[in-house]
Design a protein around this ligand. Structure first.
Ligand code: PLP
Length: 389
């Protein structure tokens, strides 16, 4: 595929064309799916194409998506993975036994849970610290001298946005790398590499694909020549957590509409956050655009043109009331995950138990692309019995 970029295109334009162009051989506006796992050599044992040996690392579609994402992130190199966790795990494994990881607390439970097990197995010291208080976090960083600082912004399910620039500055002074999982922002709403981070990660399973039908992950670096990036590249290739061609195709198709979906999802999330904040059955709304959110200032300074599609609400009452609200929702589906075109609700305490301090009355809501008044009506009907009780 030829590159259709002339000058600096806006992300929406790059995405609409899937980061590619017209295939000069056929005129195709959509790239083909190459399912071959291996590529033939000629009679002199030369490769037919130097870039194609074996599909674990030689897939044109994956390469097209990787260069598209590198462009969106202002990064120098990108690798797709078979899931968000695979991308996170490859990044975490850059820290060798005997090393130290400083991880933000209150982030995606799957990451915390894997980090705890992995560090215990591997003789790595793991420090978990709240990142909303920048000065305290920087102090912990200076005291512990980690090899890697792991942040998630906005965090799931607290929607906390750490001050990536301030933390990256302190990390670099201490010789640590900074990785940021920006899944809930997508590359459209936050550019962690521009803020000083070394690696940006996403679960592309979420809004980047957007249709709840692909598991995928992605890592992008600021410095493609760094030892950490060399390790991550090799880990992806040698340990084999690659994205298969059909999944890559679906991911690219999803990415083409990312900017439209994000526009709708962010606008609806904002409207719903405001309405829910005024609702008598809701104790608190956690959404970074709201002035009352503890990290509103950092979100405002670092997020670009929207605050995302994810929010949490603390329902007045306890587990029973929160589960009752979830159970009465009709349009919004009760399911884990986020970032899809359909809105989803999840009672995180049911999943995490007491391991992370998630309140029993917290419901995490991922806003999709449905009509916003239908979503508001669904939420209001589910909350109504709590106000009449
Ligand atoms: N990061 C965040 C913020 C997530 O919410 C999730 C999954 O929910 C992941 C990473 C893991 O991604 P995956 O399910 O694609 O492995």
């Amino acid at each position: 595929m030829s590159d259709n970029s002339s000058g600096k295109l806006a992300p929406a334009s790059i995405l609409a064309h899937g980061g590619g162009g017209i295939d000069p051989a056929t005129g195709a506006v959509v790239p083909p799916i190459h399912t071959a796992t291996t590529f033939a050599r000629d009679t002199d044992y030369r490769l037919t194409s130097a870039a194609h040996i074996y599909s674990r690392d030689d897939n044109d579609l994956a390469r097209q998506i990787e260069s598209l994402i590198a462009r969106l992130e202002n990064g120098t190199d990108t690798r797709l993975f078979s899931s968000g966790m695979a991308a996170i795990a490859a990044t975490i494994r850059t820290v060798r036994p005997g090393g130290t990881i400083l991880a933000q607390s209150g982030i995606y439970w799957g990451t915390t849970s894997w980090l705890r097990k992995h560090c215990a197995h591997s003789g790595i010291a793991l420090i978990e610290a709240e990142a909303s208080d920048t000065e305290r976090f920087r102090e912990t960083l200076r005291e512990s001298g980690p090899d890697l600082v792991f942040l998630e912004a906005p965090s799931n399910p607290w929607l906390a946005v750490a001050d990536i620039a301030a933390i990256s500055e302190a990390a670099h002074q201490s010789g640590a790398l900074v990785a940021v999982d920006a899944t809930a922002a997508t590359p459209l709403l936050m550019k962690p590499l521009d803020l000083g981070a070394d690696i940006v990660l996403h679960s592309a399973t979420k809004a980047m694909n957007g249709h709840s039908d692909v598991l995928a992950g992605v890592a992008t670096c600021r410095d493609a020549d760094s030892d950490a990036w060399r390790f991550i590249r090799e880990e992806r290739h040698d340990a084999g957590a690659v994205l298969a061609p059909f999944e890559a195709y679906l991911l690219l198709r999803g990415l083409r509409t990312l900017s439209l979906r994000m526009e709708r999802m962010c606008a609806s999330a904002q409207t719903l956050a405001e309405r829910l904040a005024a609702h008598p059955a809701v104790e608190t709304v956690l959404y970074p655009s709201l002035r009352g959110h503890p990290t509103h200032a950092a979100a405002k300074a670092q997020m670009l043109g929207g605050y995302g599609y994810l929010m949490s609400i603390l329902v007045r009452g306890g587990a029973e009331e929160a589960l009752g609200v979830a159970g009465r929702l009709q349009l919004i589906k009760r399911a884990t995950s986020l970032g899809g075109v359909e809105s989803l609700v999840e009672h995180r305490h049911t999943i995490e138990g007491d391991a992370t301090g998630v309140p029993v009355n917290l419901l995490r809501i991922s806003i999709g692309i449905e009509d916003v008044d239908d979503l508001a009506a669904d939420l209001e009907a589910a909350l109504a019995p709590l106000t009449s009780a």
